[in-house]
Ligand binder design. Structure first.
Ligand code: HEM
Length: 472
């Protein structure tokens, strides 16, 4: 269901549409009677069934569904020049939750999809800035992700894994003490909200650096690297009821600007195929029109990425967050000293923790914490973190600085403390609420997994209030 490999099929369909059928709206009743469903089948064979180049669950899909659900018969018939029968059928079969339902309507084909999308864009039927659009199957996908994650953690426990680890990012390189200093000079006034309202405020923070892979693996292997930041001394009610009164705020970042999946549905597909030992089938299914080239490129790039040290890598949120009422933003943390991708000579399986220990025994380190605003809902969508928001169009603005002072972070007590912390994108002030489908899935998953591993490990879930490590 992708734009780019479909081009050829769409061209053929367009030709047939004009030559054999004549895609005009002024068809008479008599003409219509002659054209029965057989014509519709022709679209099916040309890709009608996969929505004619509009990706399921995408911004364009939301445009088409909004038009199909809301446009008047006259708009469909006259303004969009659809077949009168198609327009009537669309109105009669409302409402539509999915493109597939719309696709099933008689006389609705490639041409109708294209017209509806164009009209939606032109006449304001599409989601605007900061607007989420929830696919109909998201609850089902979310339940599947939660179930699979719980099964994985429980399964490892049943096989003797002690302690129960995080389902994702189980391998830590260490939790370091840090300070997050708000610097809102570069932010416009209406971005100075939440954390960023208090210029100069220095929040003590914990940062956990990790490998992403589901099983702890040698650092020499390609992987996503995580940077989970927990600010302390953050007053104000938090989004999650259970943690409403905690004085902490989390930001979760990884070392790639884009995610290899677009939405909850794709996440389920990808994880199931990976779990069955055949992740490649996620990228190359039986139908070449559905090959996931973008996802493949992101995966290969991510896995090929080497880092010299967790402190010399840049990190991104990949998914968007509210910034007050006016903005949606993505976050990025960039090392002040610049990035380095040079893996040290003789790097061993745990070299990331070792390099970080060496660097933090020799001096302080820092990161700039930045926000990037969404300025175009189509090319910078809320719902698809596999698309990078163009930093030339909307540059990242510095919103704070993270200081990591010289320290030792690898005592047994601190390692244990780190293991039992929880980071969650929803552990947040409402001013920084997570947005988009992947974040909505995370609302259920993180809490469920953190609760399970704390239960299994018989450890309470506690939010830290300062830099003290219990037992040290
Ligand atoms: C559907 C998508 C995702 C799922 C299902 C998922 C799942 C999880 C789970 C279950 C954990 C462990 C939570 C715990 O036990 O406390 C975790 C940790 C983490 N996730 Fe995700 N994740 C997703 C997307 C993302 C994205 C988009 C990011 C991007 C920034 C991210 C970054 C992290 C990081 C950095 C950690 C480690 C947190 C720590 O250090 O404790 N995840 N994820």
């Amino acid at each position: 269901m992708r734009w780019f490999p479909k081009t050829a099929a769409m061209a053929v369909a367009a030709t047939l549409c004009t030559v054999a059928v004549g895609c005009e709206a002024d068809d008479t009743e008599a003409e219509l009677e002659q054209r029965q469903d057989g014509q519709d089948d022709r679209f099916v064979s040309l890709g009608k069934a996969d929505s004619n180049g509009v990706e399921d669950r995408s911004w364009a899909a939301a445009c088409v569904l909004n038009v199909a659900n809301q446009a008047t018969l006259e708009q469909l018939d006259d303004d969009m020049s659809l077949w009168r029968t198609a327009a009537k059928n669309i109105v009669a079969a409302r409402p539509y939750d999915t493109l597939e339902q719309l696709d099933d309507v008689d006389w609705v084909g490639w041409y109708a999809f294209r017209q509806m999308k164009g009209y939606g864009v032109e006449k304001g039927f599409c989601p605007g800035l900061n607007e989420e659009y929830v696919p109909a199957d998201e609850a089902e996908s979310t339940a599947a992700v939660v179930e699979a994650s719980l099964e994985h953690v429980q399964g490892e426990w049943d096989e003797g894994q002690r302690p129960a680890l995080r389902d994702a990012h189980p391998k830590a390189h260490g939790c370091v003490r840090a300070f997050f200093e708000v610097d809102n000079d570069a932010l416009p006034a209406d971005m100075r909200v939440g954390i960023f309202a208090n210029d100069g405020k220095e929040h003590p923070a914990w940062i956990r650096f990790s490998n992403g892979s589901f099983t702890p693996s040698p650092d020499t292997e390609g992987d996503i690297r995580g940077m989970a930041i927990k600010l302390m001394e953050v007053p104000g009610a938090k989004i999650l009821e259970k943690e409403k009164d905690a004085q902490t705020q989390d930001f979760l970042l990884i070392n790639t600007p884009v995610l290899m999946v677009r939405n909850a549905y794709d996440y389920v597909e990808f994880s199931q195929k990976a779990f069955d030992g055949n992740p490649v089938s996620f990228f190359f299914g039986l139908n070449p029109l559905e090959w996931n080239f973008r996802e493949l490129t992101i995966t290969l790039k991510t896995l090929a990425k080497k880092i010299a040290s967790p402190l010399q890598s840049r990190y991104w949120s990949t998914t968007p967050y509210k910034l007050g009422d006016a903005y949606s933003v993505k976050y990025s943390a960039r090392p002040c000293e610049g990035e380095s991708n040079k893996r040290p000579d003789g790097a061993g399986p745990d070299y990331l923790a070792e390099v970080m220990a060496e660097q933090l025994s020799a001096g302080d380190r820092c990161f700039e914490f930045m926000v990037q605003a969404q300025i175009d809902p189509e090319t910078m969508p809320i719902e698809d973190p596999s698309l990078e928001w163009d930093a030339e169009k909307s540059p990242y603005l510095v919103a704070g600085r993270i200081h990591v002072p010289t320290q030792r972070f690898d005592s047994p007590a601190q390692t244990d403390f780190c293991e039992h912390l929880s980071f969650n994108p929803w552990h947040s002030l409402p001013e920084h609420a997570p947005l988009g489908g992947i974040n909505r899935v995370r609302r259920s998953v993180y809490d469920a997994i953190s609760a399970l591993r704390h239960d299994l490990n018989e450890r309470p879930r506690v939010e830290p209030v300062d830099h003290t490590v219990p037992g040290e």
